[in-house]
Structures are given as C-alpha cells and as structure tokens.
Design a protein around this ligand. Structure first.
Ligand code: RUB
Length: 320
C-alpha cells in the first residue's frame, strides 16, 4: 500500500532530504485519498487525518513534512461531498508538489547569482536546493569547484558527488573533519535546511554548525538554500525543533557494541546553526538575511493568525 510503503521508506531514509520527504508524503496522501472508502465526508476526513498523522510522525526534524501535509489538509476544512473533497484534495496536493519543484528551480537561479566565476564552494550533506544553486552557477558558465563532505554516518555526500559529477563540476570529496583544514580555500559555503526558525537559526544535517563555526572564524560567507515551507511557524510561540537521534547501530555494529558495555553511542543527525553565522537565506521568494525569517512565515507561508488559533487554541480578545 502506498501509504505504509512511503511511511516505511521515509523512516528507513530510502526517501530523505527535507523537500523530497514533503513531496513523497503529500503524494502518498493524494494517492491514499483516491482509495479511501468512507460512509460520509466526516469519516473521509477522519481517515485522512489518521494518514496525515502517520506520515508526520515518520521523521521529527524536517518542518517541510508537517508544513506540506498542512497545506494539503487545509483543503479538507471546507465541507462538501466525498467526491468533492477528494477532488479538492487532489488539486491541493498536486499544487503543493508542483510548487515545491518550482521552488527548487527558483532558488537555483537566485542562489547562483551569489556564486561568482572562479569560486570554490563547500557543501555538506545532500540538499537539492543547495545543489540547484551550484549547478545553476555552473550552467551559467561560471568556473566553479566544489568541496563536498562525506557526511557521517549516512554517507549522503556520495549522492552529492554523483550529482556534481553528472553535471560536470570539478569536485573534491573530503571527510567531514577536514573542513577546517580546507576552509581557507573556500569562497562560499552553501547548505540546505530542514527547518528555519523565526529568529533565523537553521537546522540542517549534523556538522553544519561546526562548518559554520569554521567559516565564521575564517570570514567565509555561508548561504542557506531553503524553500519557504521549510520555515517553522510554531517557533513564533517558542516551540523548539525536535532534533532527531537515530539508532547507534548506524555508527557501531551491534556485535561490536555488545563487547563494549561501558560505551554508549550517540547519533544526533541534525544540529542548529545560529543566525549570526549565516549570511543569507535564499528562498524561492528571494534572498533574505536570517533576521528576516519572521517575514517569510508571515507573508509567504500562508499561516494567517486564524491558523495559529486553530492549532494552539489561542483566542484573541476580539473573538471571545
Ligand atoms: C538531509 C539534510 C539536507 C536538508 C535539505 O538530511 O540535512 O541538507 O534536508 O535538503 P537527511 P533539500 O539525509 O537526514 O534527510 O534541500 O533536498 O530539501
């Protein structure tokens, strides 16, 4: 079944990367809606809400996942017959998927303007938004070189160097811990994001904040490529982003761990880079300094205050 299949693939990281996760979840919801048999519209919505909750719970950090699901599920708020709901939902899902893909292209063309001819760029993990900027710069005949990290323990760097190689970009593949060794050769760091908080902090693959620290020390600018739906509305109310910790077996095989009773493996897979270490966040709506993150949530994410009221049960005095 598409729904459980997608849930498992996201959990196992066969589908990974914040943008891809969101699109896959919305696609699974769209396909699920086509096969749901319900006795009345309320039951149809309830079944869809259960499916949405299952998908939302697959990975905790990428805000694109609840945001994408929320944008699709909003279409079920107005009443109607089951077929009407189904058709509205289908359109909302397709709209999200198309706009998400389009956003990557827009980010590529905006972000590539910040990469100069002759630049050496460093990227970490495997971000389609970050790669879009780099590949677009190359397509615009800028002579660039890329340093790509290996990315322990998931080896996402392998996906990155494959894409860069396919695009014909000169690339150097390095271990994560070699970043400071090479930082003086780097003109610009370009990374993606799993979440951007209201104060402009960026949550991305573990190691990003260490790279940002090294870049900050050597005065190397750092650019984040993030679609507007990676911005986290709930951080306005002080909610923190959950940083996923994955099983220790991803680092140390169980048979080795068993022989080391005093050793505990810790495997956090995301970290937080503070806004002071970020020069620019490139969204499909334009490039902003991190301090302007709030305006993205307010103006582009479509989270009006009514949405917050519903989510958090907050009532303004006018409503009471
Ligand atoms: C992926 C990761 C990526 C962001 C942005 O982590 O940290 O940098 O998700 O990617 P994981 P994109 O491999 O654990 O999912 O720009 O493709 O959305």
């Amino acid at each position: 079944m598409v729904l459980t299949d997608t849930v498992e693939k996201i959990k196992r990281m066969e589908i990974r990367g914040a943008g891809r996760i969101a699109r896959a979840a919305v696609m699974a919801l769209r396909d699920h809606a086509e096969i749901v048999r319900a006795e009345d519209p309320d039951r149809f919505v309830a079944v869809m809400q259960e499916a949405a909750a299952m998908l939302s719970a697959t990975r905790p950090t990428a805000v694109s996942l609840p945001n994408g699901i929320h944008l699709a599920m909003r279409s079920l708020e107005e009443t109607g017959g089951i077929e009407e709901l189904r058709s509205r939902f289908r359109s909302a899902c397709n709209e999200f998927i198309a706009s998400s893909e389009k956003a990557v292209g827009r980010i590529g063309s905006i972000g590539s303007r910040h990469i100069r001819d002759g630049d050496t760029v460093l990227t970490h993990c495997n971000s389609e938004a970050a790669l879009a900027c780099i590949i677009d710069a190359h397509r615009n005949n800028k002579d660039i070189m890329v340093y790509a990290t290996e990315v322990r323990p998931g080896n996402q760097g392998l996906l990155t160097i494959r894409s860069l190689d396919r695009a014909g970009i000169r690339t150097r593949f390095i271990v994560d811990s070699a970043v400071r060794f090479f930082i003086n050769d780097i003109d610009l760091v370009v990374v993606g994001a799993d979440a951007v908080t209201v104060n402009g902090a960026v949550v991305n693959k573990i190691g990003t904040s260490q790279i940002a620290l090294a870049a900050h020390e050597s005065r190397t600018p750092l650019m984040v490529a993030a679609e507007t739906y990676k911005f986290a509305p709930r951080t306005i109310f002080g909610e923190l982003i959950t940083l996923e910790e994955r099983p220790g077996t991803e680092l140390l095989p169980e048979e080795v761990a068993r022989q080391l009773p005093n050793v505990t493996v810790k495997n956090p897979v995301f970290d937080v880079t503070p806004p002071e270490y970020i020069d620019l966040i490139v969204t499909e709506q334009g490039a902003i300094p991190p301090q302007m993150a709030y305006s993205i949530i307010r103006d582009y994410l479509g989270w009006g205050m009514e949405e917050f009221h519903k989510e958090f049960g907050i009532h303004s005095t006018e409503q009471e």
